[in-house]
Design a protein around this ligand. Structure first.
Ligand code: FES
Length: 115
């Protein structure tokens, strides 16, 4: 059984914010989510990312987007990396096979826990 990590008060994770808890980036989008925190591109810490209007987690370094329900990249790295032919498709394909891990976020007595 996976170890449970106490994140803290649910009221401290406001809607639209992301933070780190152990190996997970935990966010509050449409619902709470937890995904493993290393971006598949160059391993940026996704706990420093943001949530866009689609509810996707956006990497803080090159703005790849992840569907937090599947762990799959839905938009490849942006900026100069967006100009590299096939790079975005390659990472999207990679995460179809090797998506970000997903944790489970639960709330008890006003606190959040991740397993
Ligand atoms: S490290 Fe995440 S998009 Fe580059």
């Amino acid at each position: 059984m996976a170890a449970e990590v106490k994140l803290g008060a649910a009221s401290d994770l406001s809607k639209g914010s992301v933070t780190g808890a152990g190996r997970y980036a935990v966010g509050h989008g449409d619902d709470y989510f937890a995904v493993t925190r290393r971006c598949r591109h160059l391993r940026a810490d996704l706990a420093g990312g943001s949530i866009d209007t689609d509810g996707c987690l956006v990497c803080p370094w090159h703005q790849s987007k992840y569907d937090v329900t599947t762990g799959r990249m839905v938009r490849g790295p942006q900026g100069v990396f967006a100009k590299v032919p096939g790079l975005g498709a390659m990472f999207k394909g990679l995460t179809a096979i090797l998506p970000l891990g997903r944790g489970r976020v639960s709330e008890r007595d006003g606190d959040l826990y991740v397993t």
